[in-house]
Design a protein around this ligand. Structure first.
Ligand SMILES: [Zn+2]
Ligand SMILES: [Zn+2]
Length: 469
């Protein structure tokens, strides 16, 4: 679109839009209108509508989830307010043996998918046709399930509220004539100081909360200071009349962004070392165990990754393989992730822009090659994004239908043979069958997951290249 706008402008001999209009993002609709007429106008309208609706709804849902699950559930009204680290959220007993308190009763809560009480509950609630479903009666999971249901209800209301609150925000942005390019760069200064701290919380056992928080706040403060002081050296300084223009200049914005991301990371690492210098392997393992305790007791991660880790069914929901096994099993995935991150960074930050810098003005052939590559890239990515989800959906439907058929035929068989066969053998057969289905299901899950990742990455790349055009 940007290229077409430049082409049209140079064909006409003068720019089609003023700089202000370009900053407002009007180049793309103008090109669509000039080249395709009313079809272009409508397709642009649909494009914007769909992009805004999908992004907007995702953002609103994300904010509502953060408010309810990360703030309300964690700090304001937790299920068990006095829960300590390492205790089961369902029964309140410790998950593992504690030092100094070896004979304390340990948690024996079962997984919800193997729980008799939960099975009964599901049946009863599925059978009820009324608006108000019967209460959960399972002794172990019932109360927690009820709590989660309330949270879900709150979250839905929170989504409605957030949607309404976004209206005055939009009106404000419109009233102050918000400059899109300025906002885009400014967001970087505001939030990029949290990039390294967030990564560190996941991959570094030593990281402390003090380190992470001071990295985020310190990086942001330093970025802001650098940005504003650089902008103040331009003619007019930071006065109201020239504030947006001076602070929107490329070099102050670049300085602010770079300072925020690097200083944020540096402060986070330095403060982490200050607050926790001694780190024995035992502390590190305890730290990872605490991380692994973050789990949903109704669908624990061990059940999800059972297929990949070749695990047997555990008795309790929190039974999990030792850390070394998990690390060994996911080593390939870890190396792939690291390698891909480094390669993509090199490609998008160094190679691609660098190759553009090496040529000052493209000749006709070079220009042709460049546009062909861009088009090839766009069409391949678009085809992938359109076809793969469709293939996945159809695949999932076919699989589910086959599974349903197999289940109903097993049920019929069991019913027919139940009378003549000894119970035990029958049970074993069902168990084996269910296990097989489960393994197959987990395999498809893994493939789905990889596809999903690929698709997300591609769509992100496409949207990045779109916005940079
Ligand atoms: Zn428990
Ligand atoms: Zn239960």
């Amino acid at each position: 679109m940007g290229l077409a706008y430049l082409g049209l402008s140079s064909a006409q001999g003068s720019p089609l839009l003023t700089d202000d209009d370009v900053m407002k993002g009007l180049a793309a609709p103008l090109v669509a209108q000039k080249l395709l007429g009313s079809v272009g106008e409508y397709s642009m309208l649909f494009l914007i509508l769909m992009a805004v609706m999908s992004t907007g709804s995702a953002e609103v849902i994300a904010v509502a989830s953060i408010i309810i699950y990360d703030i309300y559930q964690a700090y304001i009204c937790p299920f068990k307010p006095n829960l300590k680290d390492g205790q089961c959220i369902l029964c309140g007993n410790y998950l593992r043996k504690q030092k100094g308190d070896e004979d304390a009763e340990l948690c024996t809560c079962k997984s919800a998918d193997k729980c008799r009480g939960c099975e009964e509950d599901t049946k009863k609630r599925a059978a009820s046709t009324g608006l108000v479903k019967p209460h959960y009666t399972c002794d172990v999971h019932g109360e927690f399930k009820e709590y989660q249901e309330h949270l879900l209800n709150y979250k839905n209301w929170c989504i409605v509220l957030c949607t309404f609150f976004s209206v005055p925000l939009c009106l404000f942005c419109w009233a102050v004539n918000l400059n899109l390019a300025w906002t885009y760069y400014f967001t970087g200064i505001l939030i990029s100081s949290s990039v390294v701290p967030i990564a560190v919380t996941i991959i570094w056992a030593r990281a402390t909360s003090t380190g992470v928080i001071s990295g985020v706040i310190g990086g942001c403060a330093v970025g802001m200071t650098g940005w504003l002081s650089y902008a103040s050296t331009y003619p007019g300084g930071l006065s109201a009349a020239t504030f947006v223009r001076n602070t929107g200049e490329e070099l102050p914005m670049l300085t602010g962004n770079m300072l925020a991301i690097t200083v944020g990371g540096a402060i986070c690492i330095i403060v982490t070392f200050i607050t926790r210098w001694n780190m024995t392997p035992e502390i590190e393992e305890a730290e990872w165990e605490r991380t692994r305790d973050i789990d949903n007791p109704l669908s624990p991660w061990v059940t999800k990754y059972k297929g990949e880790l070749n695990l047997d069914d555990g008795e309790n929901f929190h039974d999990r393989p030792p850390l070394e096994v998990v690390i060994r099993k996911f080593r390939a995935a870890k190396i792939t992730a690291y390698a891909a991150a480094v390669l993509f960074t090199l490609f998008f930050i160094c190679l691609w822009p660098g190759s553009m810098l090496s040529i000052d003005i493209l000749d006709l052939e070079g220009f042709n090659i460049w546009t062909t590559i861009s088009r090839g890239w766009a069409f391949t990515a678009a085809a992938f994004i359109v076809i793969v989800p469709m293939y996945q959906e159809i695949n999932a439907i076919v699989k589910q239908v086959a599974k349903n058929k197999a289940e109903s035929s097993t049920d019929a068989q069991n019913l027919a043979q139940g009378v003549v066969q000894p119970l035990q053998q029958n049970g074993a057969a069902i168990g084996m069958d269910a296990g097989n289905v489960n393994i197959g299901y987990q395999r498809t899950n893994k493939h789905d997951y990889i596809f999903q990742r690929l698709r997300n990455t591609l769509s992100r790349v496409v949207s990045i290249s779109k916005s940079s055009q």
